[in-house]
Design a protein around this ligand. Structure first.
Ligand SMILES: *Cc1c(COP(=O)(O)O)cnc(C)c1O
Length: 726
């Protein structure tokens, strides 16, 4: 951070600003808000930037204000207590069982909007996982990238076409700090180097604090690199396979070297998706250096590695042409002492074909602990990858499942969080996974619950109107664009959200299958319905951009009377508003394509009801009385017929059940029958689909079995595997 002179009495505000712990603790957020509300807003809820801009007089006044100081002291003591890890679940339940942290490799981490190094669901899961690891006292170390340009911002033109806007991240205003390889060296000095074909690439390491967990983020944008190499890792999920394979070598190989150079000795290694699977290669190389044979090294690395696969959709797996693998990985197989053939075999899906190198296959072969992310996805994954274990029955394919969850303190609205604490107990924040909650949720008074729900919808619509206003003044948006942004939304109308990445398999257009029918539902004079869309298309995915344009064009059709809206630039910030503020969360994937999904869980914790195909987590989550299931089958069938039948089911549910239930009120306007479903949803979903349950399962089913009882031998691989080698 630059140029801040904090008064001594509140001097630890800087430490707090640089630990994203503040982002899931409402009292800490309130502290920054209280310091200077306009700056808090203008900084985009980014205390690092806020503190740089707060005037000295304001800081001096805060340091002399007894009310502010009481808050400050209370936040700092809660922070210190949490950071000590004393009394945590892990310390109490499994004392001394891990000799080092679990290293968690991920291409993206979504911790907070002020750190835009994520694209979507995978990053959200990684971020929520780290926060929960911190809360549970689990030793954990994240490894990823800090992308100077992150993922793109989405603008939609008046013609409904997605435009991608990249912004350069200012590291000085980001809750991130460079790590110096040796004391006194310049920030951004090379920390690790890797060989990429005929050149050496250097990476620096930046650190992000997430409570007790540190993320170690690599960046290639440092002076030691040639100018074109500085751009190599500047964007997340580039479409160019050659750029991607290089990024993945940096993440996997460079990531292991970075941990070594930092003196971190993990007890288990977790690859979140196949992107980081080259880390297993690097660890085999290390074992060879300790004198192991290839077979010994492989078996040791496999035993301590966990791999999670996140998608049943083929396009979600990285598959590289063999020519690229040869170009970039030949020095690696040489150093492993294995043949080209043996190396390529590790990433080959079907033996006999020499065409491609599949990162998921590589990861499945190099990790003994493998899992999918929901029950149903477990089944799909065992079917899809059965070919790797042809000698086993399909349902014995060694891929288990740990169903995803959400980090409740991150996603619960403060209004709902307070309501829960008042009626379900002050200690709720440490027992969100207590299934006993189901029996106490009905004690929440309907009136209080309805008031909170109404406030959250007003906040959402208020925020959308504010964006529409800004668009019309600052970007000179047309009247059509302003309409599409939700300028005519009604806070009293039943509001449905379709909010997710735009991809064909998610079927964003399904609700428009019969335009006249949906028009009748939406524009009903006495019981109106409105639909809010949001989501990005991958920049290279033209069919999905066309789908987006199609939906956007409908949103601006006058006959829908302004009751369809499209929120631009879906990110974590707008995800909070949407998952908290709508009434119904709509999800219509083609069957067996959604591995889990988590946004519906965020909705449920806020009392928003799910209306979804029984795919992903909803296959487990739906219990007949906590929301609605579209269609009655689980297995896919003819796509045209599937669309027709699902649209029919969706319309019938809306016409016959959902709309009548929502508008059935008592004299005071409270919909008691609706709220009964809301409470059923909260009680049955929150305790199960939360990261607290999920991370405990990872610990007990994956991490502890993967961790050797003893630390790795003390050697200086850190130094040895830095300059000089590969
Ligand atoms: C939760 C979340 C996701 C994941 O959404 P799914 O609909 O479950 O795939 C993606 N992006 C953002 C910004 C989110 O908050």
């Amino acid at each position: 951070m630059t140029r801040v002179n904090l008064p001594h009495r509140i001097g630890r505000l800087e430490e707090l600003a640089y630990n994203l712990w503040w982002s899931w603790h409402p009292q800490a957020r309130d502290l920054f808000r209280a310091l200077d509300y306009p700056l808090w807003r203008l900084s985009g809820h980014n205390p690092v930037k806020q503190l740089q801009e707060t005037g000295e007089d304001k800081l001096a006044a805060a340091a002399a204000d007894p009310a502010f100081l009481r808050r400050y002291d209370s936040v700092m003591s809660a922070f210190d207590a949490d950071m000590s890890g004393e009394g945590s679940w892990f310390a109490a339940k499994h004392p001394g069982l891990l000799t080092g942290p679990v290293a968690y490799f991920s291409m993206e981490f979504a911790i907070h909007n002020s750190l835009p190094i994520y694209a979507g669901g995978l990053g959200i899961l990684a971020g929520d996982m780290c926060k929960e690891a911190s809360d549970l006292g689990l030793p954990y170390a994240g490894v990823g990238f800090t992308y100077p340009q992150g993922y793109f911002h989405q603008h939609i033109s008046a013609q409904g076409w997605q435009e991608e806007v990249y912004e350069q991240l200012d590291f000085d205003e980001t809750p991130i700090k460079p790590v110096r390889p040796v004391h006194g060296s310049e920030p951004g000095s090379p920390f690790v180097e890797v060989q990429l074909n005929d050149r050496r690439l250097y990476a620096g390491v930046w650190q992000v604090r997430v409570g007790r967990v540190d993320l170690h983020l690599l960046s290639c944008d440092i002076e030691a690199n040639r100018p074109e190499d500085r751009q190599l890792c500047s964007r997340l999920y580039t479409a160019d396979p050659e750029e991607r394979i290089q990024q993945e070598i940096v993440l996997g190989v460079g990531g292991v070297r970075a941990l070594r150079a930092l003196g971190i000795r993990p007890s288990a290694w977790h690859a979140n998706e196949g992107h980081s699977a080259f880390m297993m290669m690097e660890r085999i190389r290390e074992e060879l250096g300790r004198g192991a044979t290839f077979a010994e090294a492989l078996s040791k690395v496999k035993a301590s590695t966990i791999f999670t696969t996140h998608t049943p959709v083929a396009a979600g797996h990285d598959v590289f042409p063999v020519s690229l693998v040869e170009k970039y990985l030949h020095p690696y197989w040489e150093s492993l002492g294995i043949s080209r053939e043996a190396f390529l075999e590790l990433g080959r899906q079907d033996s006999g074909s020499d065409q491609a190198f599949n990162m998921t296959v590589l990861a499945l072969r190099m990790a003994d602990h493998r899992n999918a992310v929901s029950e149903l996805h477990g089944r799909t994954a065992r079917r899809a990858w059965h070919g790797l274990w042809p000698q086993l029955e399909e349902d014995r394919t060694p891929i288990s499942n740990v169903t995803n969850g959400i980090h409740v303190p991150t996603w619960v609205a403060p209004e709902m969080g307070r309501l829960y604490e008042r009626h379900l107990g002050r200690d709720l924040s440490v027992r969100y996974d207590d299934t006993g909650l189901a029996t106490s949720v009905p004690s929440i008074p309907d009136e209080a619950l309805w008031t909170a729900r109404r406030i959250l919808k007003r906040k959402l619509i208020g925020a959308m109107i504010e964006r529409a206003r800004q668009c019309s003044t600052e970007r000179e948006c047309t009247a059509r664009q302003v309409l599409a942004m939700g300028a005519l939304l009604d806070p009293n109308a039943l509001t449905i959200g379709f909010v997710r990445r735009f991809a064909e398999y998610k079927r964003p257009q399904l609700v428009f299958h019969d335009i006249e029918r949906v028009k009748r539902i939406v524009t009903d004079r006495w019981h109106p319905v409105q639909i809010i869309f949001a989501g990005k298309s991958h920049p290279a995915d033209l069919p999905s951009k066309q789908l987006l344009q199609h939906v956007y064009t409908l949103a601006t059709d006058r006959e829908f009377q302004g009751r369809i809206a499209f929120v631009e630039d879906y990110d974590m910030h707008i995800a909070h508003y949407l998952t908290q503020g709508v009434d119904v969360w709509l999800n219509t994937p083609r069957r067996l394509r959604e591995a889990s999904g988590t946004s519906g869980m965020k909705a449920a914790v806020n009392g928003v009801l799910n209306l979804s195909i029984r795919d992903g987590w909803w296959y487990e989550g739906y219990n007949d009385s906590n929301g609605w299931a579209i269609g009655d089958t689980v297995e896919p069938y003819d796509p045209g017929e599937e669309d027709r039948a699902d649209a029919e089911s969706l319309y019938r549910l809306l016409e016959e059940e959902i709309v009548p239930l929502y508008y059935r009120r008592d004299r005071a306007g409270v919909p008691h029958d609706w709220l009964r479903v809301v409470k059923e949803a909260i009680g049955s979903i929150v305790p199960v689909f939360c990261t607290r349950r999920m991370v405990k399962e990872y610990v007990e089913q994956m991490y502890l079995p993967a961790a050797p009882g003893e630390p790795e031998p003390e050697d200086d691989f850190g130094k040895e595997s830095r300059p000089g080698q590969l």
